[in-house]
Design a protein around this ligand. Structure first.
Ligand code: ATP
Length: 627
């Protein structure tokens, strides 16, 4: 994503929204630090009194002891206040970070699939981890310290001017180049700070993609290429970090030598003024002691400014995501779906249009799914079948026309209600690193699960797994409680598909949307699963993407998707006889399936009650060429 810069005020105001609960403690901690710094500035004034008083006049030991005790008391109080700052600020800082992180994650879950199509996973990961860490560090340390250091410098400068105006002016003359350099530093550093954050995100994306695709990298022997790519990106990031470090060290150097130089000039001038009695020794001592107290705050300004700009880059990147409005937001007043009809829901796609960006995919699709029927969607690869399917549960929104569920536009229904009514299983099933049971029960609404006795949930899982012919899970080491690896990678493709199918059906949805969810199964097991589905889901309206004749033959009707429209709807045999494009699509796909061997060959044979009803694959000759 191109870098976008929010105004500083706006960024700060946005941060306040999250920081508000922590503000009282941050302000209290900041105040404690401020008072501690001002106490440090008071010490030179005590010294001034001691030098001009007891030391140079009556030599009273009592007065010196009193002054020493006062300095000690100031020191102890200062140390206590510094401790207070740490105690006050550490906890709220972490809770602000946690809240911001949770809000980001919630927002990511809310954002439409189209957003996730565009954004790299590593960038989102980096925003939720590294960037937020920078923001938190700045809030609890950088911001407080910046305010305290700046205030200390301003108050210290005022004291210098009051104590010895001429020396004060000499010393402060150094502020002019410092401010100019600080301005240039800010301009340069904010660019590299943002670049470094973006590059760190790209690097995280590389790791994520390589780990995700480790099998492909290994199978094609491309590990070295991935490593080269990673090293190149890591070098780029290192280069940017070095640019940052160089800019920061230039600024720190200037903040060290300019005040030291002006202080040296002031020292020479001060000694001359004291020798000619135009400045008291006490004032001179106080001047240099004050300048010494100011040294650290002045020198830290560079580092604090850098920290602020780093946090600013992190904040901008965080807000980039948070300001992306969920395009699929709930309607202001959601419509209620009518009660689920016993014979199934009616789904209607009315003149549906859809484009991925400016690439039109669907161009006026009209299709009615009659209640309780199974409709197979057939079309050439890339014709938009998956896209069409995803419009029903609103993973994408139509760009024209409407999808109606029992007469209600799905955009008028709350997403919660819609998710409860429509369940989905994809060809590439994603499972989570949790137990099989937990993965399957994701298909049941949280509210229902919360009140459901364990025994009932167990029964739901058992039936769903049975229908999906996923009996193999009972032979896993801990049965349904076996934790499967990340994304279910410890299972075979066909096994994952069946667990995902069980997840789709466990909640008994009104509408089931299946994107070729059994493609990894052999034809016989597919028929077995589909038979089971039919029996258990009587009353569920099903739309299934079909790539094989075996899948098609199990549907009540077939819809042919061609050039972004449905050009034929009917029974398989009728379409085969009358629809040249349909005939061509099935022939092409069955040939491809035959070439692949058409079977996952996993443990299907041992799972189910038998292979009754295997349909085999209709071999169709491509007598006609598609138009
Ligand atoms: N996220 C996306 N962004 C941009 N274009 C996309 C996206 N997803 C799909 N497309 C494009 O939209 C068109 C339809 O894709 P879709 O996945 O719906 O086809 P399909 O019929 O399901 O294909 P297949 O049978 O191969 O699964 C394709 O040309 C594809 O390149």
């Amino acid at each position: 994503m191109p870098p976008r810069e929010t105004s500083t005020t706006r960024a700060l105001l946005r941060l306040v929204r999250w920081a508000r609960p922590a503000l009282p403690r941050v302000v209290a901690g900041g105040s404690a630090t401020l008072v501690a710094s001002l106490l440090a500035l008071a010490v030179p004034q005590v010294l001034r009194g001691v030098v001009n008083g007891p030391l140079l006049t009556d030599g009273s030991r009592t007065a010196v002891v009193h002054a020493a005790l006062l300095v000690l008391a100031l020191g102890v109080l200062e140390a206590f206040l510094v401790w207070c700052r740490r105690a006050l600020i550490a906890t709220p800082g972490t809770s602000v970070e946690r809240t911001m992180r949770t809000d980001l994650f919630r927002h990511l879950l809310d954002l439409p699939v189209a957003f996730h199509d565009r954004w790299a996973g590593g960038q989102l990961l980096q925003r939720s981890m590294g960037d937020l860490h920078l923001v938190r560090r700045w809030m609890v340390f950088g911001l407080v310290q910046l305010v305290v250091s700046a205030t200390t410098v301003v108050v210290g400068a005022a004291l210098l001017l009051v104590t010895t105006p001429l020396l004060g002016l000499v010393y402060l003359a150094g502020a002019v180049p410092v401010i100019w350099l600080g301005f240039r530093f800010r301009q340069d550093y904010k660019v590299v700070a943002r670049r470094a954050r973006d590059q760190a995100g790209d690097l995280a994306t590389s790791v994520e993609e390589s780990v995700h695709g480790i099998r492909v990298l290994k199978a094609f022997g491309r590990g070295d290429d991935a490593l080269d790519d990673f090293v190149r990106q890591a070098d780029e990031l290192r280069g940017t970090e070095l640019d940052k470090a160089r800019a920061q060290s230039r600024m720190s150097f200037a903040l060290a030598w300019i005040p030291e130089t002006t202080l040296a000039v002031a020292l020479g001038l001060g000694v001359w003024l004291a020798a000619s009695d135009r400045v008291s020794i006490g004032a001179l001592v106080a001047f240099f002691a004050t300048a010494a107290v100011m040294t650290r705050p002045v020198e830290s300004l560079g580092q604090l400014l850098a920290m602020t700009l780093d946090a600013r880059a992190g904040t901008d990147r965080y807000l980039d995501v948070m300001d992306t409005v969920p395009a699929l937001a709930d309607p202001a007043a959601p419509a209620a779906l009518p009660p689920a009809p016993a014979h199934g829901s009616r789904v209607e796609l009315r003149d549906v249009r859809f484009a991925h960006g400016d690439r039109a995919v669907l161009d006026g699709v009209d299709l009615v799914l009659e209640p309780g029927t199974t409709t197979a969607l057939v079309g050439l690869t890339g014709s938009g079948k998956t896209t069409l399917l995803q419009l029903v549960p609103r993973l994408y929104d139509v760009t024209g026309g409407a999808v109606l569920l029992d007469g209600v536009d799905v955009r008028d229904v709350s997403r919660h209600d819609l998710r409860g009514a429509v369940a989905v299983a994809f060809e590439d099933p994603i499972l989570f690193s949790a137990s099989v049971r937990e993965n399957v029960l994701m298909g049941v609404s949280v509210e229902r699960l919360a009140t459901m006795p364990d025994a009932e949930a167990d029964e739901l899982v058992r039936v769903a797994l049975d229908v999906a012919r996923a009996g193999f899970v009972h032979r896993l080491p801990r049965g349904v409680d076996t934790v499967i690896g990340e994304e279910g990678m410890s299972l075979s493709g066909g096994q994952r598909q069946r667990v995902a199918l069980a997840r789709a059906i466990v909640g008994r949805p009104r509408v089931l949307v299946l994107d070729d969810p059994l493609s990894a199964l052999d034809v016989a097991t597919e028929a077995d699963v589909t038979d089971g589905l039919r029996r258990v889901l009587a009353g569920t309206t099903t739309l299934v993407v079909a790539h094989r004749t075996s899948t098609v033959a199990l549907a009540d009707r077939v819809a042919v998707l061609e050039d972004g429209r449905v050009t034929g709807v009917g029974r398989h045999a009728d379409l085969l006889a009358t629809h040249p494009h349909y005939r061509y699509v099935l022939t092409a796909q069955d040939d491809a399936a035959a070439a692949r061997g058409g079977s996952s060959g996993d443990d299907a044979g041992g799972d189910g009650p038998g292979f009754g009803g295997a349909t085999g694959t209709d071999r169709v000759t491509a007598g006609e060429v598609p138009r």
